[in-house]
Write a protein that binds this ligand. Structure first.
Ligand code: C2E
Ligand code: MG
Ligand code: MG
Ligand code: MG
Length: 286
């Protein structure tokens, strides 16, 4: 339909506009339609105690299945949502859905902690903490059963104020996880200053285990540092028994990865939980 306006018309289709850019706009349009049309869902990937196999938590991961574009990867649409600000709407929905789901795990006698990714733009909303607390209270999930996965990009602006906000969340009992640790600009000084409860080792470092010497050195250093600082460490993207064995050798406590399970649809995750041992881990005091 945009093409009908033809060359030189002042609609936003321009002949020199490449296909990539056009599909970028179509994708964003489709993304905004997805939620109201029920095309998005939150899936849950188990977080596992590495030596006992007990389930200690689950990460909420957003899924989008589009009639035109098929299953769109979050690595594609999350950055798109972040650019356009739509992530604030998406993130609020993920929190609401997943907090409700976690309450069901509790009711079923399978208490595991819920872990939710929070983008910088969401976290920067002035009423983020207040809205989160209202949600937890309304749904009846104690704050200690929730952890937020953040990255250090949260601190790129207004670091002082954002650090205060993290302090407020920790004081309320919410767990704080530094995601994709080791990539980006992670500064070790943050670990001393901020109330971080857990480090999630990025899967790019796990991939080369057990053979790659550089990956071994990095993973082992992160685990030792976590231990020295009293911060839990979890490895992401564990796919093989050999990777798990290497991590056990380095005293890493938890893992997440296809070796145990991928992110499962809510009902499938409930069924999974019903068959597995769960372990309610207390948050380390910070
Ligand atoms: P992340 O938070 O680092 O999530 C872990 C990613 O690793 C997930 O990709 C998960 O499916 C994948 N993964 C887990 N185990 C394995 C494994 O053994 N092998 C491999 N190859 N991959 C594994 P996913 O679901 O595609 O999500 C990608 C990223 O999108 C997430 O990375 C996160 O940054 C973002 N994301 C996903 N859902 C949300 C959300 O609800 N809110 C926000 N703000 N970001 C989200
Ligand atoms: Mg994450
Ligand atoms: Mg991660
Ligand atoms: Mg990652």
């Amino acid at each position: 339909r945009v093409k009908e306006r033809g060359r030189g018309a002042y609609g936003f289709y321009q002949p020199q506009m490449n296909a990539g850019l056009l599909s970028h706009m179509q994708l964003e349009h489709a993304m905004r339609q997805a939620l109201p049309h029920g095309r998005m869902a939150v899936h849950y990937q188990p977080l596992v105690c590495i030596d006992t196999g007990c389930i200690v938590g689950a990460e909420a991961l957003l899924r989008w299945n589009d009639p035109e574009f098929g299953a769109v990867s979050p690595t594609v649409f999350i950055p798109l949502a972040e650019e356009s600000g739509y992530i604030v709407t998406l993130g609020a929905w993920v929190l609401e859905q997943s907090v409700r789901e976690a309450v069901q795990w509790m009711r079923a006698g399978r208490p595991v902690r819920l872990s939710v990714n929070v983008s910088a733009l969401e976290f920067r909303q002035p009423d983020f903490v207040e809205r989160l607390m209202r949600l937890l209270e309304a749904e009846g999930l104690p704050p200690a059963w929730l952890e937020l996965e953040i990255t250090e990009t949260i601190l790129l602006q207004d670091a002082q104020e954002m650090a205060q906000r993290l302090g407020a969340l920790a004081a309320l009992g919410v767990g704080l996880v530094l995601d994709d640790f080791g990539t980006g600009y992670s500064s070790l000084a943050y670990l001393k200053k901020l109330p971080i409860h857990k480090l999630k080792i990025d899967q790019s470092f796990v991939r080369g285990l057990p053979d790659d010497e550089g990956d071994r050195a990095i993973v082992s250093a992160i685990v030792s540092m976590g231990q020295a600082l009293g911060i839990d460490v979890i490895a992401e993207g564990v796919e093989t028994e050999a990777q798990r064995a290497a991590l056990i050798g380095m005293h890493c406590q938890q893992y997440q990865g296809y070796l145990c399970a991928p992110a499962l649809e809510a009902g499938a995750f409930r069924a999974f939980l019903a068959q597995r041992q769960v372990k309610a881990l207390p948050l380390l005091p910070r």
